[in-house]
Design a protein around this ligand. Structure first.
Ligand code: SF4
Ligand code: SF4
Length: 472
């Protein structure tokens, strides 16, 4: 029985409710009157239910689809302005006891080198990341209670926050580790993590069980209810995601939005972020084996529909996607991207030997962070290294209420400009620096509050003189 307030996975992600929503979407995919009504609701910035959003996703009317894209772009501008937050993944260990069929780290894969970073190696990786200019990391590790227990993750977080190399600092560590207990989530909270991210992979229970034949992750309910336990453990910001390509995309889309509705119904706070990875090649993994792959066009439509269904939720895209695809979906709702990423364990210090093969997936966008920063600015975005909200206590419902009121932008833009300025001073190539100074000058007038604008101008000057780490 479908119940968004239930704490049971099979009830808040109810299979029958998804099937009925998809049938409803199919029946109404060319229903102009209904589609107009849904678009009107979305225009009022009220968000959409999984069923309403499923109708838009299924819609075949070209003119209405163009309205969906235009609205997604407008909502993105209204909520987030033109800043794009940058982050990098940091792989700690690729030991894993699970048997996920789509991931090269699965326990049976014997032809990749298994690696786990020591604290000294983590220090070296973090220094390399700081020297690129990164301030925000997403920590990744396989599930292995012996080789990478929670204590190891906690110690690693402490190490990461402690490193201050030149003007560098990692100011926010988001964590993407296996589902765990409320007690362990409390420990992660106490370690000062930003967002706890866990991808569902697929919301289709039967497929989930087939794709996860062995290991603790094979327990669908325990995995699906993990965000609830994280919230109960005091982590305010949680991130959702599915791996598109494993199951039918419309099913995943409805499940993802139902999950967001569940969090909102139970905790009063929806997901902080949604990630939209697609299955991609890696050692022992051929995406062709998964027959639900989606085209770039459908991918773009999914991004646009998520954007208008949950306008207050940040959307993340990684270097799995090519420059071309990233360029397209940035307009439609993505607010965070990774740059200069290495998806192998220890990959920032040393280019990996081909025979080691320890990357979780093949990167499509190979550009350096400097190139990504310049590319964003050339498209009129403001690259941002901001980590202010979590450090100012703007998390959970405090963050959501500011975001829903459309006020978070008042912080995002000045913070983006100050952190970009730091980047230009400390890490940028001369070419990027020249473009960046122009971008900062052009965006200062968009800080509309005269007091805030003056504070911003003063702080930019102080950054030139060597001071760091200002925030609104
Ligand atoms: S997806 Fe995660 S849990 Fe599954 S094999 Fe890969 S690292 Fe392990
Ligand atoms: S001000 Fe908050 S929402 Fe805006 S970029 Fe910074 S951390 Fe993100």
């Amino acid at each position: 029985m479908y119940d968004p307030k239930s704490m049971k996975a099979e009830e808040f992600i109810d299979h029958q409710e998804i099937l009925e929503s998809l049938a409803y979407a199919d029946a109404h995919k060319n229903d102009r009157a209904l589609i107009d009504a849904i678009l009107d609701k979305a225009r009022a910035r009220k968000g959409l239910s999984h069923r309403e959003a499923s109708v838009l996703l299924a819609c075949e009317l070209e003119d209405k689809n163009q309205e969906v894209y235009a609205l997604a772009e407008q909502i993105k501008k209204d909520f987030y302005g033109n800043r794009i937050v940058l982050f990098a993944p940091l792989y700690l260990s690729n030991y894993c006891v699970n048997g996920c069929l789509y991931c090269p780290y699965h326990a049976k894969n014997k032809h990749i080198a298994r690696k786990k970073l020591t604290q000294d190696e983590i220090r070296a990786e973090v220094i390399a990341l700081q020297d690129m200019g990164h301030k925000r990391l997403a920590l990744e590790t396989g599930e292995d209670p012996v080789n990478s227990p929670l204590e190891y993750v906690l110690e690693s977080i402490q190490t990461i926050y402690s490193i201050k190399h030149k003007n560098g600092a990692i100011r926010r560590v988001n964590v993407n580790i296996a589902a765990t207990t409320v007690e362990n989530y409390k420990k992660l909270k106490d370690a000062g993590i930003g967002t706890y991210i866990l991808f569902q992979e697929t919301y289709h229970k039967e497929s989930y069980e087939r794709l996860h034949p062995t290991g603790p992750k094979s327990n669908y309910a325990y995995h699906t209810e993990a965000h609830d336990r994280a919230m109960q453990g005091g982590i305010d910001d949680v991130g959702l995601g599915v791996l598109f390509g494993l199951e039918l995309y419309r099913y995943e889309f409805a499940g993802l939005l139902m999950h967001a509705e569940h969090l909102e119904a139970v905790f009063g706070v929806g997901p902080h972020t949604i990630s939209v990875p697609r299955v991609c090649p890696a050692d022992d993994i051929d995406p062709g084996e998964f027959d639900n792959g989606i085209s770039d066009d459908i991918f773009a439509k999914i991004v646009a529909c998520i954007r208008i269904a949950v306008p207050y939720t940040g959307m993340i895209i990684s270097t799995r996607e090519s420059q071309k695809v990233r360029e397209r979906v940035l307009h439609l709702g993505i607010s965070q991207i990774s740059g200069g990423s290495r998806t192998s364990v220890g990959g920032y210090v040393e280019e990996e030997k081909p025979e080691d093969n320890s990357a979780q997936f093949d990167v499509s966008d190979h550009r350096t962070l400097d190139e990504v920063v310049r590319w964003l600015m050339e498209m009129d975005y403001v690259p941002s290294f901001c980590t202010a909200c979590y450090r100012e206590g703007r998390t959970g419902d405090r963050f959501m209420s500011l975001c829903k009121a459309g006020q978070i932008q008042n912080c995002c833009l000045p913070n983006a400009l100050m952190t970009l300025k730091e980047y230009l001073e400390d890490y940028a190539s001369p070419e990027t620096r020249a473009v960046g100074e122009k971008v900062i000058a052009a965006n200062i007038p968009d800080v509309t509050n005269p007091k805030a604008r003056q504070v911003l101008i003063d702080r930019l000057e102080k950054i030139t003189q060597g001071e760091r780490d200002f925030r609104f």
